[in-house]
Design a protein. Structure first.
Length: 393
């Protein structure tokens, strides 16, 4: 049934790809989604978490409720692909697959609406804004997306270019890392480039700080506890013949355990302070707590893997190591039993092999029916077999 929806899912995905919208600006995308859900006869709520959309397929009898989630936002990166569906908006592009996530969940909604109302329980289709660093999941939760009726479990997926098309991987327990933000300002003293001893070169100090931070994982943290510190943006200076008076660096810190996450601000500040003081510079450091780790519930993972084998009649899945990527699906997973799994989108070509967030990221659209079918089947299996408590609202 999902294969029969491949063409419309491809069309939706390419339309979203041409017209990307970043966090909390997904008005066009949300409008298309809302109209689709309404045409399917669902109860539809708009403006949840500002630009989120929720469709409700209510069962014939009271029962458990499962939420299926897709994120709708694009990235503030220029699309460098030369394809018929390249982004038409300068500086914005779907380079993380959220256009595919949205299209697959629209497909799953059409599949389930076509089958008819479940005998018991409810299925919520949660189309979420602002996953890319702006906590759209939390915004939707603050607006009550997990209530009325109360959501008993959540399921979602993310496309992965390192996996062949249609292959699935999943983790039990921690699945994606906690993701925090780091902003460091190095304050030196400007001057002429030909007389560096009269100034304090903030660029040189910043370079040493970056080098020092890369030693945190190798020398200051238990090697069995994964941590990633990446400085992704650095800005400072005026010209080649001038000593930069200050430099600002922005980065991310990824951890898998709450204990290490709690220690990271102090560890980082000790490194920055030691390096900066040795050069006679000063610094300002701001550490912002971001998304928590994604937690996969063991019973929900079992449901997902059993559903895969039932659906495809073979073992198309395998267990994987946790990803150091961050995901705001984490907020749902800390509130209700959840499963968040990965779907392969690579056909082996160079075009589908670029990593997430790369300016030329693309995917094999043959993966779309796999994702839609998995989401729909997980929902059907959950509402028909779950013994969780539920509300009758």
């Amino acid at each position: 049934m999902a294969e029969k929806l491949k063409d419309p899912m491809v069309a939706w995905r390419r339309d979203f790809h041409r017209h990307p919208e970043t966090g909390y600006e997904e008005f066009r995308t949300a409008g298309i989604v809302a109209k689709h859900l309404s045409r399917l006869g669902m109860e539809v709520a708009e403006g949840i978490g500002k630009t989120g959309v929720v469709g409700l397929l209510r069962g014939e009898q009271p029962g458990p409720t499962i939420g299926l989630r897709a994120d709708m936002d694009a990235l503030p990166i220029q699309d460098q692909k030369v394809v018929p569906y390249s982004s038409l908006t300068d500086g914005k592009a779907h380079l993380c697959g959220h256009d595919a996530h949205t299209s697959m969940l629209m497909g799953a909604a059409q599949l389930l609406a076509g089958i008819g109302r479940p005998k018991r329980g409810n299925i919520k289709f949660i189309f979420q804004p602002a996953e890319e660093g702006l906590a759209g999941a939390k915004a939707m939760m603050d607006d009550g997306v997990l209530q009325n009726p109360k959501v008993d479990a959540m399921a979602g997926l993310h496309v992965f270019p390192t996996l062949p098309t249609g292959r699935l991987t999943v983790c039990k327990g921690v699945s994606f890392a906690a993701a925090d933000q780091l902003v460091i300002k190095i304050i030196g003293k400007g001057g002429h480039a030909a007389r560096p001893h009269e100034g304090v070169d903030a660029i040189t100090v910043a370079a040493q700080v970056i080098s020092g931070l890369q030693h945190v994982a190798s020398r200051l943290v238990d090697p069995l506890e994964p941590v990633v510190i990446t400085i992704g943006k650095i800005q400072g200076g005026y010209m080649g013949a001038a000593i930069a008076p200050d430099v600002e660096m922005i980065g991310t810190v990824r951890t898998l355990t709450p204990s290490l996450r709690a220690r990271m601000p102090e560890i980082i500040e000790n490194v920055v302070s030691g390096v900066v003081s040795s050069f006679g510079a000063q610094y300002e450091l701001n550490y912002f707590t971001g998304y928590p780790a994604v937690l996969n519930d063991e019973s929900m993972v079992d449901l997902m893997t059993q559903t895969s084998e039932q659906l495809f009649q073979d073992k198309r899945w395998e267990y994987a190591k946790p990803s150091m990527g961050g995901e705001d699906f984490a907020y749902y997973s800390h509130s209700v039993p959840s499963v968040f799994f990965r779907l392969g989108i690579s056909d082996g070509s160079a075009a589908t092999g670029y990593p997430l967030h790369h300016p030329r990221f693309d995917l094999d659209e043959n993966a779309l029916p796999y994702g839609a079918a998995m989401l729909a089947a997980i929902a059907l299996n959950f509402v028909s077999t779950s013994s969780l408590s539920y509300e009758t609202k």
